[in-house]
Design a protein around this ligand. Structure first.
Ligand code: GDP
Ligand code: MG
Ligand code: ZN
Length: 298
């Protein structure tokens, strides 16, 4: 007789998942969950239905309704990042340099999914590139995006007030300091990282899978944090022209005001977006970024 129950995906390894049981006699315990068939359609943060197979293994039969799903895609497949997150924390650093493209694409994905966004400029102790990084982020600050400057190695507490009650997913290129932030905010996370790197006997701490942590109640009540592997690209093949446009918050006041309803905002007459770029209402760099994302999708 199979024992059905519910669980929370704490870590996603691709072909299997670490799942915390949310009910039944093993409540609170963690078991290994396997998907049915060849697909791995679950993400870190998913609530799933399970059939318990043994004391430490279960089959995942489906995911329960999601409040959000952050994912990226290329022409061939979708890559799930996190389920049920409420906020995307985009981590960039003074060094190594970050790419505007990844930043813009992540913001679009978050906007379309209705997630709150927060940008962290990390490694502010490395002051040589600090001003340059600030200048690059200024265009986003002007749009109203919240930007928090900190040095995760010495003090990550500036982030705490923004994490209470949210399920935040850390997104960014590798080496920006996502895991350092996680370790600074969550005591158990540090232990887990150390154990893994000792077991592998490598000095490296490269994150290979997404993991969901509970933030301490004393510092960020109700907060959860998902640390993810670094991204080099954020493919948006799953988004339509209209969705990408919607993801550019600065385009919204002008959208729908072009002469042609199917305006691509290139060389059409009476284009409200181009007019806004010319008047300075839309930053030219944002317009170019939009055109790059849209043309990559064709
Ligand atoms: N100087 C400095 N280095 C940092 C800071 N935060 C992280 N690092 C370093 O940056 C490197 C990459 O950090 P990591 O957390 O693994 O980045 P992740 O790939 O985004 O998870 C590590 O060597 C960290 O020690 C910081 O605030 N200042
Ligand atoms: Mg990492
Ligand atoms: Zn137009």
């Amino acid at each position: 007789m199979k024992n059905a129950t519910e669980g929370l995906v704490r870590a996603a390894f691709g072909r299997h998942y670490e799942v915390e049981l949310l009910d039944g006699p093993q409540l609170g315990q963690t078991i290994t969950g396997f998907p049915r068939g060849k697909k791995s359609p679950y993400a870190c943060g998913d609530r799933v239905a399970l059939e318990i197979a043994s004391a430490d293994q279960a089959q995942i039969t489906r995911h329960l309704p999601r409040t959000s799903l952050l994912y990226r895609s290329d022409a061939y497949r979708e890559k799930l990042i996190a389920a049920n997150a409420t906020q995307v924390v985009l981590v960039v650093a003074t060094e190594p340099s970050f790419t505007d493209d990844l930043l813009a694409r992540t913001l679009v994905a978050a906007e379309v999914e209705g997630l709150r966004t927060l940008i962290v400029l990390n490694k502010c102790d490395l002051s040589a590139q600090l001003e340059h990084a600030r200048e690059r982020l200024a265009v986003l600050a002007k749009l109203g995006y919240r930007i928090i400057e900190l040095s995760a190695l010495s003090d990550a507490s500036a982030l705490l007030p923004h994490l209470a009650g949210e399920t935040s997913v850390l997104v960014g290129q590798s080496g920006m300091g996502k895991s350092t932030l996680t370790n600074a905010l969550i005591p158990e996370a540090q232990a887990a990282t150390r154990e893994i790197s000792e077991a592998l006997d490598s000095g490296k701490h490269t994150t290979t899978h997404a993991r969901l942590y509970d933030l301490p109640h004393a510092t960020a009540p109700g907060g959860r944090l998902i640390d993810c592997p670094g991204l080099q690209e954020f493919g948006l093949s799953h988004l339509s022209f209209g969705q990408i446009e919607e993801g550019f918050v600065d385009f919204r006041p002008h959208s729908g005001n072009c002469r042609f309803r199917d305006c691509r905002h290139q060389n059409e007459p009476d284009c409200a977006i181009k007019a806004a770029v010319e008047s300075g209402a839309i930053d030219a760099r944002r317009y170019e970024q939009f055109q790059r994302i849209v043309s990559a999708n064709c």
